[in-house]
Design a protein around this ligand. Structure first.
Ligand SMILES: Nc1ncnc2c1ncn2[C@@H]1O[C@H](COP(=O)(O)OP(=O)(O)OP(=O)(O)O)[C@@H](O)[C@H]1O
Length: 364
């Protein structure tokens, strides 16, 4: 479902302008992230989609239909809504929480519970959590339940207001990955609010950068916003590492891994004056054997120096550069989808590809 903001303004009673003449289109089946500093009108914009807030001027259209002409209860049944801290009902079990909207929509108890059980699986939670209460779950698990509840009636649109900001960074990354995966599988139209530019460029097909006063500063793909910020405000907001972050969007076409010396765990490696990569029976990397090291008998993991990050072939250049920089041998290990070693790349090698890239970071 396409969401269109047309000249939308919101002026609160006695307050300043929260959203000022905003126009943008969220294409069907895509994810748009509203990002900007505190108070710039992100939440207000989001809530005008499901009529929790009514615009003072302009209109919001869903597939061309003005939301003002849709009954609010009916509208909200077709729009999933996820908020920070998940907003679960504390006295209902996990399954009871997820089944809320299907029950309100007239489903039988049985069908609603079956659907709730399926959704637990969709969001990666084990079935036995279904009978617990929200307080008996971790923050990350509660957020997953919040997402499952929003998906329960299979709405075409999801609105997500800082859903992951209350969980620690590691859990947050996991939740972001799952949302990207879910979006690919389910093809919902999602509007996601965050104040975190890293989260925005990671998740969004498009990013809407807003400035205080409720004005849309820039609307574009993450790569456009990072590489070509329209003004100093956007450049400052996307931050000083934007060149490095922009590597995430450069494809690694042209980056050919080179061969490297390998030694098998369990073999007798002899000596060498070069770094050698230790591999297991499936040719997966286990660590590095230092130049000049001697091993008595068969090679074990205890003889190795831990490796750096691994670069999965075909993913972005950022991962390739990180693999090279984090490797004790200065050789980034490239693996295939099965995790087996394909070869290695040096940072020089990655930088050469970046410099040859037609859309190189910082180029105009
Ligand atoms: N109900 C309200 N009445 C009056 N003013 C409001 C109301 N809700 C929000 N505002 C004001 O509107 C502006 C935009 O608020 P909004 O919550 O949309 O911003 P935000 O970008 O989501 O902020 P944050 O990141 O801090 O949540 C702020 O100046 C806020 O104080």
């Amino acid at each position: 479902m396409t969401i269109e903001f047309r000249g939308v303004t919101k002026r609160y009673e006695g307050g300043a302008v929260a959203v000022d003449d905003m126009s943008l289109t969220v294409p069907d089946g895509s994810m748009t992230v509203f990002v900007g500093p505190s108070g710039c009108g992100k939440t207000t914009s989001l809530r005008m989609v499901n009529r929790m807030v009514e615009p003072t001027d302009g209109e919001v259209l869903l597939d061309g239909r003005n939301v003002r002409d849709i009954d609010p209860a009916e509208l909200r049944r077709g729009i999933g809504y996820v908020i920070q801290h998940a907003g679960l009902f504390p006295h209902r079990t996990v399954l009871g929480n997820i089944a809320t909207v299907p029950l309100l929509s007239g489903w039988s108890r049985r069908a609603a519970r079956r659907r709730a059980g399926e959704l637990l699986d969709t969001v990666g939670l084990p079935a036995e959590l279904g009978s617990r209460y929200p307080a008996q779950l971790s923050g990350g698990q509660q957020q997953r339940v919040g997402v499952a509840r929003a998906l329960a009636a299979d709405p075409p649109v999801l609105l997500m207001d800082e859903p992951f900001s209350a969980v620690d960074p590691v859990v947050r990354e996991g939740l972001q990955d799952e949302l990207i995966d879910l979006q690919r599988r389910l093809g919902k139209t999602i509007v996601f609010v965050t104040h975190d530019i890293d989260e925005a460029v990671r998740l969004g097909d498009r990013v809407a950068v807003m400035r205080v006063g409720g004005r849309l500063a820039q609307y574009g793909t993450p790569s456009e916003v990072l590489r070509h910020p329209v003004d100093d405000f956007v450049a400052g907001f996307v931050g000083k590492d934007r060149g490095y972050r922009g590597l995430s969007f450069l494809s690694a076409d042209g980056l050919e891994p080179e061969e490297t010396a390998t030694v098998a765990i369990g073999s007798s490696p002899g000596t060498s004056d070069r770094w050698r990569l230790a591999v297991d029976d499936d040719h997966r990397p286990r660590g590095w054997l230092e130049p000049g090291s001697t091993v008595d008998g068969a090679l074990t993991e205890a003889d190795l120096v831990a490796g750096g990050s691994l670069y999965r072939r075909g993913t972005s250049l950022r991962g390739a550069l990180d693999a090279a920089l984090s490797s004790p041998a200065s050789l980034g290990v490239v693996v295939d989808d099965a995790g087996a070693v394909v070869g290695v790349v040096t940072s020089r090698h990655v930088l050469d590809v970046i410099e040859r890239h037609p859309e190189s970071v910082g180029a105009t």
